[in-house]
Design a protein around this ligand. Structure first.
Ligand code: ZZB
Length: 257
């Protein structure tokens, strides 16, 4: 599985648990299959109890991902020393909840790290960038956080951190320009815990968005998602905003013991 690793910059002042990283360029790395949707980012998701590591990347930068992803990255020439992960500090999702970030291509200059229960530690980087216009899970989770003050309180999330609306970035014929919102409403998704409905919603959005979607924003506005997805990916890589990140197939992991 080839993901695009999106470099989401942590803005200073860093959360207190990350004080020792002050002065360094720190990036949360989100793994995505939809680089063309980065214009619609409204936040980034981590899970409070997942363990992450801050490790040395190239050019004196620091990346934050799960240890598992960091190890994969080390074999993909993304660390200074091939195959080696130099861990600067360990942290949990809780340590970075509410942190201010700057995400490449997003319409907003400052976004926030928010909690999502469905983030998996054994997939991608454990960091998920949020595109509520086109990703049903992201829309459902953002709505939970907006509509449920106790949920925000539980995680120390302030009102202004969820004060973002889905951004129309892709027109999907029959689903309008906020595909995930349309499909979640159609299927009556009530929360991020509506697992079955969300799985169905995701499949619908993926298929329709890829086959028929038309970009509404960016330098490829008016063109088909299918056509511009790989181009936008390469453009982001060339701009230093992203990189290729391969996830080994499960089969390969078990075969190698
Ligand atoms: C931005 C984005 C925009 C995504 C979209 C999807 C959609 P999949 O589809 O299940 O194979 N993701 C990545 N890592 C994790 C994780 N550790 N835990 C939970 N979710 C994760 O997985 C790929 C997508 O799942 C990724 O692409 C990411 O969300 C999320 F408009 O990034 B995506 C219809 C989906 N639309």
């Amino acid at each position: 599985q080839e993901y695009t690793g999106i470099k989401i910059k942590l803005l200073s002042p860093y959360p207190s648990a990350l004080n020792s990283l002050g002065g360094k360029d720190v990036y949360l790395i989100a793994a995505t299959l939809r680089p063309e949707t980065m214009y619609g980012q409204t936040n980034c998701f981590v899970k409070d109890d997942i363990e992450y590591v801050a490790f040395e990347a190239k050019n004196n930068e620091v990346y934050i991902t799960t240890l598992r992803a960091a190890r994969n990255m080390a074999w993909q020439e993304l660390t200074p020393e091939y195959g080696k992960v130099n861990i600067i500090m360990k942290l949990t999702g809780k340590d970075i909840l509410g942190a201010a970030i700057k995400a490449p291509r997003a319409m907003f200059d400052k976004l926030y790290v928010l909690p999502m229960m469905g983030v998996k530690s054994n997939k991608g980087t454990g960091v998920v960038t949020s595109v509520p216009s086109d990703a049903p899970d992201d829309f459902a989770t953002l709505m939970d956080l907006k509509n449920k003050p106790p949920l925000r309180e539980k995680f120390g999330i302030k009102d202004h951190m969820v004060n973002f609306e889905p951004v129309p970035i892709i027109d999907v014929p029959g689903f309008g320009n906020l595909c995930a919102v349309t499909v979640c409403e159609e299927l009556k998704v009530n929360s991020q815990n509506d697992k079955d409905k969300l799985l169905l919603a995701k499949e619908k959005c993926y298929r329709k968005g890829f086959d028929e979607g038309i970009m509404l924003v960016g330098n490829h506005a008016g063109k088909n998602v299918k056509v511009v997805k790989p181009i936008i990916k390469e453009e982001m890589i060339a701009a230093g905003e992203a990189f290729k990140y391969q996830e080994p197939e499960k089969e390969i992991i078990s075969r190698s013991g």
